[in-house]
Design a protein around this ligand. Structure first.
Ligand code: FAD
Length: 385
């Protein structure tokens, strides 16, 4: 089989690349080992796909070269993306912090992307095993179990290695290395953090308790924190996991609450009951046990109240480690952007080879940024491949 562009990986980045290629009249073939395309999109946002964010900037991405994402992001704003999918019948709703979710579920977005790709003539080879891909004269050959594919351009859109249950592999990195591209160190990202010995029992006792917090230390993150039987999770924690490597994270259990004022209003209440006015009851009790606080609020000196307020505004939590790839939404690190053009996503030393999406050393924060990078980089490469 002969095509203009062979795209390895039919996820969000591969589909958008195929759409852009097709619009230019280029014949594109998407090859994926999954029987369904875009399985990560289907699972994203709890099945509702947090498909973009109205407030996207390069600062929302972690990359060895912080300027790398600028060019592709500048060519696909979240408003352009939303206008496009809304016009195609995919409804979204804005939720906290600018996150847009698909009201018809992630399936509505995947159906739309598939239909757009098919409308411009893209073809699919799903459920296929890719054995190898190599340079062949001016073009490339991809060896699959359904026969070889010859292409003028080759796009690596094979994603990161997190959530293998959704078809993720490390094959993209291996192929990139085979073409002589560098791969930066890989780590699981947007993942729960496991408690160290000092907090393990507390987390287990509080498993299921969730509350809004502010986090600081490796980065500033805000949102919900969920105690799990092994540590902490929830949007704020997943976001912080992108930046945490070691050392303590400070948890503000009472963002925007003046605890000293709350305590001043409730002198006769037991300390744990006073805290339970502004914290989940189980957490209030566990904090009192941990800090050996008992008796009425009136028994606390002004200094002790101030110290308690400070403690709850910067409660130290030192994770033992991040949860592994099985639970990580993304892979931090990837194909080194130093050898990839930020404008075309083409490997600078291998004309015709493009790398897009999460496979690159580009990781977005929690909030729709990773899918947006997948579309933006896919479209950018598809304008040239
Ligand atoms: C559970 C979960 C929830 C998420 N929720 C969100 C969210 O709400 N918002 C957000 O912005 N991001 C979210 N993400 C991250 C986002 O889904 C990814 O960053 C994005 O899908 C990456 O797109 P991609 O096209 O680069 O890679 P992928 O979507 O991973 O696509 C890669 C494709 O390559 C195929 N492939 C891999 N290995 C091989 C192989 N050896 N042979 C053949 N084919 C192969 C895969 O089957 C897959 O179809 C979530 C991720 C997970 C795991």
């Amino acid at each position: 089989m002969k095509v203009d562009v062979a795209i390895l990986g039919a996820g969000a980045s591969g589909l958008c690349c195929a759409i852009a290629c097709g619009r230019r009249g280029r014949s594109a073939l998407l090859i994926d080992h999954g029987r369904k395309a875009a399985r990560k999109v289907l699972a994203s946002g709890g099945g509702r796909a947090n498909c973009t964010n109205i407030d996207i900037s390069p600062a929302d991405y972690v990359c060895g070269n912080p300027h790398f994402v600028k060019s592709a992001l500048a060519r696909l704003s979240s408003w352009e993306f939303l206008d496009w999918i809304h016009a195609g019948g995919v409804a979204t709703r804005e939720e906290d912090n600018g996150k847009h979710f698909c009201t018809g579920g992630a399936i509505s977005l995947v159906r739309f992307l598939m239909a757009e790709a098919q409308a411009v003539g893209a073809r699919f080879r799903l459920g296929a095993t890719i054995n190898a891909a190599r340079k062949d004269g001016d073009g490339f050959v991809v060896d699959t179990d359904a026969g070889p594919v010859r292409a003028a351009s080759l796009v690596l859109a094979l994603g990161g290695k997190s959530w293998p249950g959704l078809g993720a592999t490390d094959f993209g990195y291996a192929l990139a290395r085979g073409f002589g591209l560098g791969v930066t160190p890989l780590l699981p990202g947007l993942t729960p953090l496991l408690a160290g010995p000092d907090m393990a029992a507390l987390c287990q006792d509080l498993s299921g308790v969730s509350l809004p917090v502010g986090l600081s230390g490796p980065c500033d993150a805000a949102g919900s924190l969920l105690f799990t039987h092994k540590g902490v999770s929830g949007p704020a924690v997943l976001d912080a996991s992108l930046f945490w490597r070691h050392g303590p994270i400070a948890i503000d259990f009472l963002p925007g609450v003046d605890l000293e004022a709350v305590l001043a209003e409730t002198p006769r209440l037991e300390i744990k009951n006073a805290l339970a006015r502004v914290l989940p009851k189980r957490l209030a009790g566990a904090i009192c046990d941990k800090l050996a606080l008992a008796g009425p609020v009136a028994g606390l000196s002004p200094k002790a109240r101030r110290e308690l307020a400070h403690k709850l505004a910067a409660f130290p939590f030192t994770p033992a480690r991040a949860e592994g790839y099985a639970k990580a939404e993304v892979t931090i690190g990837g194909v080194d952007t130093a050898a990839v053009s930020s404008k075309t996503l083409e490997a600078t030393r291998i004309p015709g080879l493009y790398v897009v999406g999460e496979l690159l050393d580009v990781t977005g924060r929690l909030g729709g940024y990773n899918l947006h990078w997948a579309y933006a980089s896919g479209f950018a490469a598809g304008a040239y491949a």
